[in-house]
Design a protein around this ligand. Structure first.
Ligand SMILES: [Zn+2]
Length: 107
C-alpha cells in the first residue's frame, strides 16, 4: 500500500494522500546543535521544500527561523509523522523535541 506524499502551495503544506496534514507556521522545538547556538531551537517553520519517507519517519526538509536568536536556514529533514499500516500518523509535534534525521544518524 503506497502513501502519496506531496508538498503543496509553494511549500506551505505537506499533503498525505491528498489531505493537508502539516502546515508551516507551527512552532517546533528542535535538537539541532548545528543550526544555531541555542541549546534547543525554538523553530518556526516557514516552508517545506521536500518530503521523504524512510520506513520509520515521514520527514520534511524545512526552512525557517529560530525565534530566540534569529538564525534562519534549513536545519535538515525533520520527522513529522510516520506511516503505520499504510496510514499516516502525525507526531505530537508541539510536545516533543524534534531531531533532524541528519543529526540522529550521526549520533
Ligand atoms: Zn537559536
Amino acid at each position: 500500500m503506497s502513501v502519496a506524499l506531496r508538498i503543496l502551495d509553494d511549500g506551505a503544506w505537506l499533503s498525505v494522500n491528498d489531505q493537508r496534514r502539516v502546515s508551516v507556521s507551527e512552532l517546533w522545538r528542535l535538537n539541532a546543535p548545528d543550526f544555531c547556538s541555542c541549546e534547543l531551537v525554538d523553530f518556526i517553520a516557514e516552508g517545506f521544500t521536500d518530503v521523504s519517507a524512510d520506513g520509520r519517519d515521514v520527514a520534511v526538509t524545512t526552512y525557517g527561523e529560530c525565534i530566540a536568536c534569529g538564525e534562519s536556514g534549513v536545519p535538515g529533514r525533520l520527522p513529522v509523522g510516520r506511516i503505520r499500516h499504510g496510514e499516516y500518523v502525525g507526531y505530537d509535534r508541539q510536545n516533543m523535541v524534534i531531531e533532524p534525521i541528519e543529526t540522529r544518524l550521526r549520533n
